[in-house]
Design a protein around this ligand. Sequence first.
Ligand code: SF4
Length: 67
Amino acid sequence: MSPVKITVDTDSCVSSGQCVLLAPGTFDQDEESGTVVVLSEEPADGEEEAVRQAELTCPAAAIRLTG
Ligand code: SF4
């Protein structure tokens, strides 16, 4: 299985924090703006399913997974 790569559209992000709640090892939020920060290009250990959930539930559809 090829590794999943994460890309986010920070311009679309509405700072809801949902992705951080689901996968805190993979996503963080900028302390001032609340915009998503991707901590690693691939899901953190054990967070692949949570990252898929984040892609599906992000209210701004700002998260894209490839691979
Ligand atoms: S769930 Fe989507 S809108 Fe919310 S912080 Fe994460 S990327 Fe931004």
